[in-house]
Design a protein around this ligand. Sequence first.
Ligand code: CP
Length: 303
Amino acid sequence: MHHVTKTQQFTRSSLDQLFALASQLEKTRDDCLKGKIMAALFFEPSTRTRLSFSSAMLRLGGSVITMESGQASSQSKGETLEDSIRVISNYADVIVMRHNETGASDRAAAVASVPIINAGDGNMGQHPTQSLLDLYTIQRELKREDGIHVAIIGNLRYYRSARSLSYILGKYKDMKITFVSSPELQMADDVKKYLTRHKVEWNETEDMAQVVKEADVVYQTRIAKEWIKNDAEYEKQKGRYIITRKVANSMKKGAIIIHPLPRIGEITDDVDTSPHAVYFRQVGYGLLVRMALLKTILTSKQK
Ligand code: CP
């Protein structure tokens, strides 16, 4: 494994290995990344991805350097992304990058001499490590890998995490995906065509109520204001799909609610105590998965 830019690149076997390592790292920590440096380049805001990657690196004995957008970096002087990456490749053993342009991680990977990890690129790009932790959460909580019905709800068109998750679910057998959204925010065709090609059963609907009762996993998403340019459209979309305690109570036994977070009201606070609510445990699983990913990338490079 070198660059991680999209979820299609993983195989079922590589996912099994990664998740086994994540579970192992929960029990036994080591300092296998002592002497290694991770550069965190975040050109967009982040709490979870940035801090969990940094924490993962530090917990494995490594170090972190950071660069942000704006006046702090030479991109404000007009330096290209490619030149920045060529330079930073000299300072770090791995680069974790979030960028507002779809495809930015592939551009970075094309010129980097160290591994690039896509920490989210653009509104129609991908967020592959989010989906790795989503999938690990699903498998840990449901205790199975195949035959899972996932309802992905809300902002599907402009939400890279939903795109990455849909692609990665296609690696498993007898999966079913129900996309629940307004017509304006439906999942894009490239994802749907991929699922059809890989024989994953999928359908789409505007009606959340019935789907929530049937799904094993309810994947709620945020209506991202930053990606819906038109304020009137944002106002129209926000609040359309809200998981309330009543909605959560209608779910079948053992079914889970996950969310990449942050949530902005699309899951009400009283759901947090529901047995279906897994979204805060999901954050902890994310740290383990990112530790496993860094260890896999940085130790296999040494061979
Ligand atoms: N889920 C996620 O990517 O969160 P952050 O934007 O806080 O990193």
